[in-house]
Design a protein around this ligand. Structure first.
Ligand code: SF4
Length: 308
């Protein structure tokens, strides 16, 4: 079963957007100066052990230009480079619902203002949303493409504690249910290769999310980043990281049990992170993606193959 004209055996988010809007949609990543309760001392000041100072922001730092300017620069660059004509405003850095309601509304309104912006994607923690904020996000869904991205990483509380997430699985489940009651599209982030997790633990995370019938998923490999708490832990005790082959095979196992409608937002690193210590192989994004394609072809399976 193929999901697009390139014979991909999984349901890429980019393809879902292209089919819906009749053109490729480009994400403009934004840094709106949010913080995170796991870094500002509210829950902890250390952050998740894998988090670097940028709070998972993939671009060069924005120097906190205002949202209008960030969008203008981002859109202009994408138009020139790719002849892009549709965009999704992506609030990526830190926890992008961690401000009072009125400030959020102002920011989201600004992010939706340019006429070529078709919607919003908002990355956050499950403990940083409440009914009012979810109502606000849902209010945009009527006319716009709206996605809420929850960092979960694992369904196992022992792991969440170990990586200092500051919330448990139940917290995710409650926020997830409230978002779904409001028909908000939810993309869930998970990390593979967390140091205490077995193969069965990781598969159980994927199986549980599959049972929830999630709308989207981002699959990450655990990375050791310079100046993250994990760097120190790793240097003291070099625990085993997944190899590229192990990771690619595991991603295929996960794709096979996810429902076919779940959109795949990411399953290989962006390879640009200057802070990366290990594993170096994640810098070869296309090699990882090719491996995943090859394994699914050899198995003659596809996303949803084992979904029940
Ligand atoms: S929730 Fe996100 S921004 Fe906050 S510490 Fe964890 S990874 Fe970093």
């Amino acid at each position: 079963m193929f999901f697009d004209e390139n014979n991909k055996r999984y349901n890429l988010f980019s393809v879902y957007l292209k089919k819906k809007y009749n053109t490729k949609v480009y994400k403009v990543t934004l840094d709106a100066g949010f913080s995170c309760p796991n870094r500002d001392g509210t829950l902890s000041s250390k952050g998740c052990i894998f988090c670097d100072e940028s709070g998972s922001f993939s671009q060069a730092h924005s120097n906190l230009l205002d949202i209008e300017t960030q969008l203008e620069v981002g859109i202009d660059t994408l138009k020139k480079r790719f002849k892009a004509c549709k965009f999704l405003s992506y609030f990526q850095a830190y926890s992008n619902t961690y401000k009072p309601y009125n400030e959020l509304k102002l920011l989201y309104d600004k992010a939706l203002k340019p006429e070529d912006v078709i919607g919003l994607s908002i990355g956050t923690r499950p403990d940083c949303v409440d009914d009012n904020k979810l109502d606000l996000i849902a209010s945009y869904s009527e006319n716009k493409e709206v996605w809420l991205e929850f960092g979960l990483q694992s369904i196992h509380d022992k792991t969440l504690k170990l990586i200092n997430r500051g919330h448990n699985y139940d917290c995710f489940l409650k926020s997830y249910s409230k978002a779904k009651e409001r028909n908000i599209n939810v993309c869930v982030h998970i990390i593979l290769g967390l140091m205490n997790e077995t193969y069965d633990d990781m598969i159980l995370t994927a199986k549980t999310l599959s049972d929830l019938s999630i709308d989207g998923i981002k699959i990450h490999m655990l990375c050791i980043l310079k100046d993250s708490p994990l760097e120190k832990i790793y240097k003291q005790n070099k625990f085993k990281l997944l190899s590229d082959d192990e990771y690619a095979s595991l991603v295929c196992d996960i794709l096979e049990i996810l429902p076919s409608h779940t959109t795949i937002h990411r399953m290989a690193g962006n390879g640009l992170n200057k802070l990366l210590i290990e594993p170096k192989w994640i810098q070869k994004k296309f090699e990882t993606l090719n491996k995943i394609d090859r394994i699914l072809k050899e198995r003659n399976t596809y996303q949803g193959f084992y979904f029940r």
